[in-house]
Design a protein around this ligand. Structure first.
Ligand SMILES: [Zn+2]
Length: 307
């Protein structure tokens, strides 16, 4: 596969995800942390839970959360569920049938929770997902592209591959069951989902939440997890930490000035993991916090509540 195909391939995935509002995603922060086509098969991201069906449990799916684009739910599958999905994505179930799932920024208005029961029947529950009004800026200039894609990709490809490999790791972390806390509190300098549409094409949307507490301020893990990537010097992300919280849920922290954890390390909720900085492609000191469930990007503001 040549460079252009790879880069175009990324855009194609993004366009696929954006089918509901017609605005494509393709960029730096968005596509960098996206999963490539080969790994995009959602059911491949999470192995089915190898657990016996829970005999006790509710008669129907129960859940609560934010049923909106960029939102999420926590819930429990019906009694005697063997396996369950959201759309075509397999859910990780614990021994009581608890699960976590989320809705991409560009998800369509409805998606189905589906359980396979031990008697061979399926139990479906349609969810309607409220659309959101995103901050879209139309600008009358052409989208600036790197002058030299080949040179760019030469540096970028190993970084990209490291991120994809980290995100593919399944650590069995249990943080997905916790109420998340803020990694650090401070002024919100960039919200999730904002996007520029250039004269000729849509730019990336902002794939996380920017928090600007000041340069060098320590930040913590928002939930229990395992560090699947902790490296400095990424051309876009700078100092980057990715923490797997289990069940397909992970956090990425960008632009750190200092990393206080190493790959493979288990971390607890509230544990110091790094310091806010302005490394990589950044216009000032801030922590970019990206949250993903499989391929769905979650709005952290919907997840942690007010500061
Ligand atoms: Zn950001």
């Amino acid at each position: 596969m040549n460079i252009l195909h790879k880069i175009i391939g990324l855009s194609a995935i993004s366009v696929g995800l954006s089918a509901c509002n017609g605005t494509a995603v393709d960029s730096a922060e968005a596509s960098v942390l996206a999963t490539p086509a080969a790994a995009a098969t959602p059911s491949a991201a999470q192995a089915p839970a190898a657990l016996p069906p829970a005999p006790m449990g509710p008669a129907d799916f129960i859940y609560n959360g934010e049923l909106t684009q960029g939102g999420w739910i926590r819930g429990q599958v019906p009694a005697r569920t063997v396996s369950a999905r959201l759309g075509d994505q397999e859910l990780t179930l614990d021994e009581s049938g608890n699960f976590f799932a989320a809705f991409d920024r560009d998800i369509c208005s409805s998606v189905t929770l589906s359980a396979l029961l031990s008697n061979g029947t399926t139990h479906d529950k349609a969810l309607s997902i409220a659309p959101r009004k995103w901050n879209i800026q139309r600008v009358n200039t052409n989208r600036g592209r790197g002058r030299n894609l080949e040179a760019y990709w030469k540096k970028r490809e190993p970084e990209y591959n490291a991120i994809v490999a980290a995100r593919a790791k399944q650590t069995g972390a249990q943080g997905w069951k916790q109420e998340f806390i803020w990694p650090v509190k401070g002024r919100i300098s960039g919200k999730f989902g904002r996007q520029r549409i250039y004269r000729d094409e849509p730019g990336s949307y902002h794939s996380g939440l920017d928090i600007a507490p000041g340069n060098g301020v320590p930040f913590v893990s928002p939930a229990d997890g395992v560090v699947v990537l902790a490296r400095t010097g990424f051309s876009i992300e700078g100092g980057l930490i990715i923490i797997d919280h289990g069940a397909g849920l992970n956090s990425a922290f960008l632009h750190a000035s200092k990393l206080a954890v190493t790959e493979g390390q288990s971390v607890k909720q509230g544990q110091y993991i790094g310091n806010v900085g302005s490394t990589g492609r950044s216009t000032g000191p801030h922590l970019h916090w990206g949250l993903k469930w499989n391929d769905a990007r979650i709005d952290p503001l919907l997840f942690v509540g007010p500061q």
